[in-house]
Design a protein around this ligand. Sequence first.
Ligand SMILES: CCCCCCC/C=C/C(=O)SCCNC(=O)CCNC(=O)[C@H](O)C(C)(C)COP(=O)(O)OP(=O)(O)OC[C@H]1O[C@@H](n2cnc3c(N)ncnc32)[C@H](O)[C@@H]1OP(=O)(O)O
Length: 716
Amino acid sequence: MAQFTLVSGSVGLITLQNPPVNALSAATRQGIVDMMNKALNDPEVKSVVVCGQNRIFCGGADIKEFGTKISGPPLIPTIHTIEATNKPVVAAIEGSALGGGLELALGCHYRIAHSKARLGLPEVTLGLLPAIGGSQRLPRLIGVPAAIELITTGRHITAAEALQLGLVDHVTRSSTVDEAIKFAQSVEGKSLDSRRISNYPCPHLPDLDAVFEGVMQEVRQKAHGAIAPIACVQAVRAAATLPYLEGMEIERQLMETLFTSSQARALQYTFFAQRAVSRWSMPSGARWDTSMPKPVHKAAVIGLGTMGRGITVALAQAGLSVVAVETQEKQLKEAKLVVSGILERAAQRRGMAPTLAKITYSHDIRAVADVDLVIEAVFEDEALKEKVFQQLSAVCKPGTFLCTNTSSLDVDHLASLTHNPELVVGMHFFAPAHVMKLLEVVYGSKSSPEALATVMQLGKRMGKVSVAVGNCWGFVGNRMLKPYMEQAFYLLEEGATPELVDQALVEFGFPMGVFRMSDLSGTDVYWKIRKEAEPVGASGQEARVRKGLRYSPLGDLLCEQGRFGQKTGQGWYQYDKPGSRVARPDPWVHNFLEEYRARHGLVARRIDHAEVLERCLYSLINEGFRILEEGIAAGPEDIDMIYVFGYGWPKHRGGPMFYASMVGLAKILERLEHYHRAHPDVPFMQPCSLLRKLVTCGSPPVHKWKDVIKKIHSQL
Ligand SMILES: CCCCCCC/C=C/C(=O)SCCNC(=O)CCNC(=O)[C@H](O)C(C)(C)COP(=O)(O)OP(=O)(O)OC[C@H]1O[C@@H](n2cnc3c(N)ncnc32)[C@H](O)[C@@H]1OP(=O)(O)O
C-alpha cells in the first residue's frame, strides 16, 4: 500500500499505492508509517519524496472506512515525526491532494505541485473537519481568512491558486516527481527550522473577536443547520488563539463529535449515492456497463425561453456545437444577447475565451437537420410539444436522438408521434439550466438503452448529476412534490400561516419553504397544472372536494386574485415591488385565510413545527416508497440525489429516503397511519405497501432496500 525506493543515490521515494485515488485506508496508513520509518532510519537516505501512484497524490482518508470500526495506525504521530526530522521531506503533488492527503503534504517541509493538480480540504462536505492537523497548519501557513474560506467550503483549488496562497512552494508543468527528487537533493543537509508549519505563529489579525463573530454569523447562515462548518470555524479559531498542541486537542475533540454524527453519515452516504446514480439500470435489465452511448458532437435546442437559453449555455460549455432555434424573431434576438452574456461572464471568471462561435441561431426548425441530438424546450404545452415532435421526426437525419425538456408531460405519448420512438428520451432540467446540477433523465417504454446511455453521458459532460427514471406523471421529483404541497395547503386551512410552514422547513434545512418557493417560481405554474388535471367546478364538485377526495382550492383562489408571487410583487408574501426578493408576511394573506376558514366552517387550531414536518415530509417520503415499488426509480439513492440536487433537500440529511431510514421506518409508518386515520380522504397519507413490507422485514438499512424490492417484484 506504500512502496519505498532509493533513487538518485540519496532520495527515499515513498509512493502511496491504493487505487483509484490512493485513499488513506488502514493498510495505506500502515504503509506510510513503515516506509517513512525505513526512510528516516536509513543512513543512505538524505531526503525523502512522497508521491502517489498513477499520477494522483491522495484523495484523503478512505471514506468507506468511516462508519466501520477504525483499525490501523493514526497518521498524526507520523506527520509529527516527518515535520520534526532533519531530512527534508518533499510532497510531489499530482492529480489531487485532498483532505488527509493535503494534511499529509502540510506535514512535509516542501510541496511541489503539477500545474493540473487540485488541492483542498473537503472534509466539511463529508460532515467532518480536517483533523489530521489541517485545521491547525493551514491557517498558520496561509492566514486565517483564506484558511477559513477553504476549510468551511471544502473548495478544491488549482495549483496556480495554491501557489498564490503560499500553500505550495513551486508549480511545474513537467514531471513533478522528477522535479521533487532534484529539489530534495538540493536541500539535503540544510536547516529545516523555517519549514515546520506547526512552529509558525498564526498570522496576526487585528480585532480577532470581531472577525470570528462575523465569520461565524455568515457560516451559520449558509450552513442551513449543518454542524461541520461551525466546528471548522471553531477549530481555526483555536489555531489563531492557542499554541499548536492545544489547538490540536480542540481539533480532536471537535472531530470526535462530528465523526459519529448523523449528519456525517448522511453526507458520506450522499458522496457515494452521487456516484452510484451514474450506474443506471432499466427494468428491462439494460445497464450502464452493457449499453454503449453514441457520440454527440452537435446538438440543437428548440425554443429559447428561460429554459432553452440555460440549456444552450450548458451544451456550449460542455464543448458541443449547438444550433439554437426560436421561431419568434424578438425572442431569438433577446436569447442571443442573454446566452452570449452568460458565456462571456463565465469565460471571464475562468480566464478563458468564450465559446460563442460554437452556437448558431436560427428561426427555422430545418436548421437541425444534421444534428446528433435535439433538446426540445418549448413552452410546457402539450399541443405545442406534439407539433414540434412531429416536425423534428420529419426533418432530422436518421438516428438523431429526440429529447424533451418537460417537467410532467408523457414521454411515451411524444415518442409515439415520431418515426423512431426508441430514440426519444425526456430531459427534465431545473432552472437555471446551466447552473442547477440535477438532470432527471426519463426513459419511456420504447426508449432504447443506447438512447438512455447517450443522454446520461451527455448529462455527465454538462457536469450534471443525471438520474435515470421511468415515465409517470411528474416523474420522481414533481410527483413527490405534489403531496408535500398539498399538505402545506391543508395546514393553512387548519390554522397555519405561510410563515409558520416555511419557518419549519427552513429550520429543517431547506433554503426556503414551500410558500416562498412557490412565490419564487410563480404561483401560477402549478395553478395551470392543477386546472388541467382537475378542472374547477367540473360536475358540480364542492370547492374542497375533487373526485370524492379532499382538495384545497387555496392556491387557485390566490391566483384568481392575480397574486402570482415574486414577479407580481404579491403571492403568499408581499414584496416591495414586482421582482423584489425581500418577502414579508402579508396581512392580506392572513385575512384571506381567516375569511376562507370562516366561509368553510373551519376552526383554526395551533399547529407546531413537528406537525408541519411530519405531514409535509412523511407524505412526500410515502410517495417515494410508491415510486420505488413501481420501479420508476431504481433505488433510494436515485430519489435522494434528485431531492438533494434539484429540490434543495439539505445534503446533511441525505435525501428523503435516507432521512426516513434515520428517523426509523416504523415511526414513519406509525405517523402516516395516524394522519391517515385523521384524514381518510387524503390518499397520499395511506402508507405504501413497500413501507409496510420494509418495517415487517425489520427496517433494513437503506442500501439493503433494493433486495426487498427485488423480492417483492419476483413474487408478483
Ligand atoms: C481513520 C480516521 C481518519 C480520520 C481522518 C479525518 C481527517 C481526514 C478526512 C478526510 O480526508 S475525508 C476525505 C476527503 N477527501 C475527499 O473528500 C475527496 C473525495 N474524492 C473526490 O473528490 C474525487 O473522488 C477525486 C479524488 C477528486 C477523484 O475524482 P474522479 O471524478 O476522478 O473520480 P471519482 O469517480 O470521484 O472517484 C473514483 C472512485 O474512487 C472512490 N473514492 C474517491 N475518493 C475516495 C475516498 N477518499 N475514499 C474512498 N473512496 C474514494 C469513489 O467513490 C469512486 O469509486 P466508485 O464509485 O467508482 O466505486
